[in-house]
Ligand binder design. Sequence first.
Ligand SMILES: C[S@@+](CC[C@H](N)C(=O)[O-])C[C@H]1O[C@@H](n2cnc3c(N)ncnc32)[C@H](O)[C@@H]1O
Length: 204
Amino acid sequence: MVGKQEKWRAYWDKMAAGYDKDMKFWDRLLYEGQREWVCGRAEGEVLEVAIGTGLNLPFYPSGIRLTGIDISDRMLEAARARADELGREVDLRTGDAHRLPFEDETFDTVVCTLSMCAIPDVDRAMREIHRVLRPGGRFVCIDHVVSPNRLLRGIQGIIERFSVPSAGEHLRRRPIENVRATGFDIKESDRLKGGHVERLVATK
Ligand SMILES: C[S@@+](CC[C@H](N)C(=O)[O-])C[C@H]1O[C@@H](n2cnc3c(N)ncnc32)[C@H](O)[C@@H]1O
């Protein structure tokens, strides 16, 4: 696992410089208004898992206290620059979603956007998210998910043969199943864009 994590760390370090430009296209196509939706549900002491370059930073309400972790230092550098530009205070740390560097029951909200497709072991990450949330705390998430259409699911399977080994990118996941299996209660969930994007709010 450690060797694999090094591979993904190096991969995301390399992707950091072009990430915002690539995401501009995908945010417009699939996720318009969704960063606002997710961040608008964050309250209190907030952890963003796999914060990347901090594209959610402009959308958090002003009253929260924000911590962000990511395995990639280059992504975090971009997030730091964005936070400075926005004048937003955020505690950014290198960290692995499989082993969150926080005490039990530290956060009121955990946010994760577009990263459950990239984190190698979603069940393990979900157990960690559950552990660091306070009782009654909220997990808010959005990601692209497995297609409801059989033909498109087949195409996703073919793409995954390349995207998983080269980029760690899974197309046929559905994090809501992992969230339920971890013992969370789903409070809100919608499938958007023909079912290819799913957002959810769950409580511990
Ligand atoms: C597709 S990007 C999403 C970034 C950001 N959440 C967004 O919405 O733009 C995936 C991010 O997951 C991070 N990542 C991948 N595996 C991780 C892990 N095990 N722990 C923490 N971060 C991880 C990558 O470094 C990258 O920043």
